[in-house]
Design a protein around this ligand. Structure first.
Ligand code: SF4
Length: 446
């Protein structure tokens, strides 16, 4: 704990190669998440069958106890490679699988995802996929699990999309794409994207949030027409946005994460309004009305916040986007005190200084200890012998927090103890909703 500068412990090159219960999947998992996050897009796995089976628990259930739609879970076509394909190759099996999948599924997009095995044995997957390109919208993403994690897979998906499907479009001045929120991996993705779309619509901006949109092919095809790509993460989606900038000349702007509560939301909207040269009066009128209503609502929580649980210490163990924005909401709008923040999604080293800066608060003269850690055993060791009262983390920490006699709320992946459909903490009323959830675990007992 510190009362001046944020302290940061960052693992770099000397870390262990074994990670206990990491909070993400492999590259293949990230491409699968992006594909089933779209409507009517079919993943075709060129991999062992276990790669697909592991997504049922590792993506769907871990992502807020969700099902993964019509084309996910046990419905996923998979080449189910075994020893004979390692020796003789799996191209012929893949060819038959793609052919039968095209006949069976009424889909907007097919995404062939290569896992570890075809990458190791050298199957020419691009050549097989090329045989079907004139029949249906189809891309191939080479995503061996050893190449990175789910966040890397999300970037690979958009890089493949830009290279293999998208074509230049005339720019539309009020259209933006939203990046940086990975389906399933970011627990509140569905609600966050819908809320972002709505608040931007309210100030006259069309947001292509890509996931959760119906008419998938049309949605994807308009990506190059955007005036800007808005990346709602200090690191996730940056590679995808850079690719689109190189390919289609679309500039991108990065934000700390999806905005939680009035301060962050107003800052976000003013920045977008400035970028798109929106009429100031319309935007400021909207901001005034929304701020007034959300602060009026928050006042009803005054006793729960100020009398029952004033200036309480809290800890966070979550992905970067979630950790920054709920911490900033609690410090800047509620005056709660952050004791330790553990970033669990393993952002690349080059982004870590900027991530630490995002936690600086102008509202309270107090900064937390900030730790980058992906190993569950080590995360829990960092949480021991602390004085905080509430832990915002994944469901993995639920029993552990109970053992430490701390309150716990699941706010990040994995979430096996919280069903998340449209729930989210984004926008003017996201902050008040977060407070409802956060304070309700302490109030009572009657
Ligand atoms: S790491 Fe490799 S083998 Fe394991 S699920 Fe991912 S692609 Fe499949």
């Amino acid at each position: 704990m510190s009362n001046d500068k944020a302290q940061c412990k960052s693992q770099t090159n000397n870390e262990s190669r074994v990670v206990e219960a990491p909070r993400y999947g492999c590259s293949l998992s990230g491409v699968y998440e992006a594909t089933v996050g779209l409507k009517k897009a079919v993943p075709i796995l060129h991999s062992g069958s276990g790669c697909g089976m592991s997504q049922i628990h590792g993506t769907g259930m871990a992502g807020g106890f969700n099902s993964t739609g019509d084309y996910g879970s046990t419905n996923v076509p998979c080449s189910s490679l075994v020893e004979e394909h390692v020796i003789f190759g799996g191209e012929d099996k893949l060819r038959k699988l793609v052919d039968s999948s095209i006949q069976m599924f009424n889909s907007d997009l097919f995404v062939v995802i290569s896992g570890c095995v075809p990458s190791l044995i050298g199957d020419d997957v691009d050549a097989v996929v090329g045989e079907f390109r004139d029949k249906v919208p189809l891309i191939h993403v080479n995503a061996p699990g050893f190449s990175g994690n789910s966040f890397h897979g999300y970037e690979l998906f958009f890089e493949a999309l830009a290279d293999q499907l998208l074509t230049p479009k005339r720019k539309r001045k009020k259209l933006v794409n939203i990046f940086g929120i990975v389906p399933f991996q970011h627990l509140f993705w569905k609600g966050e994207l819908k809320t972002i779309k709505q608040i931007l619509k309210d100030i006259g901006v069309e947001a292509n949030v890509i996931f959760t949109e119906f008419d998938t092919l049309e949605t994807l095809e308009k990506i190059p027409a955007a005036a800007y790509n808005l990346v709602l993460s200090p690191w996730v989606g940056h590679r995808a946005a850079k690719k689109l900038e190189e390919k289609f000349g679309t500039p991108f702007v990065s934000f700390p994460g999806p905005p939680v509560g009035p301060i962050q939301t107003t800052k976000f909207l003013r920045k977008v309004a400035d970028l798109l040269d929106l009429p100031t009066k319309k935007v400021e009128d909207y901001i005034f009305k929304q701020e007034r209503e959300s602060y009026d609502l928050l006042e009803f929580g005054a006793d729960a916040i100020i009398v029952y649980d004033p200036n309480s210490y809290f800890a966070v163990a979550a992905d970067t986007n979630t950790a920054i924005n709920i911490t900033k909401y609690l410090t800047d709008e509620i005056s709660a005190l952050p004791e330790v923040i553990i970033i669990t999604d393993d952002p690349p080293v080059e982004f870590r200084d900027q991530i630490v800066k995002e936690f600086e608060s102008k509202e309270i003269n107090f900064s937390p200890e900030i730790i980058f850690e992906k190993d569950t055993y080590k995360i829990q060791k960092h949480l021991e012998n602390r004085s905080f009262s509430t832990l915002f983390a994944s469901s993995i920490e639920s029993a552990f927090a109970n053992k430490l006699n701390k309150l716990h709320l699941t706010v990040t992946f994995p979430s096996y103890n919280r069903l998340v459909l449209g729930d989210n903490y984004v926008g003017y009323f996201g902050g008040t909703h977060f407070i409802e959830n956060a304070k309700s675990i302490k109030l009572g007992p009657l």
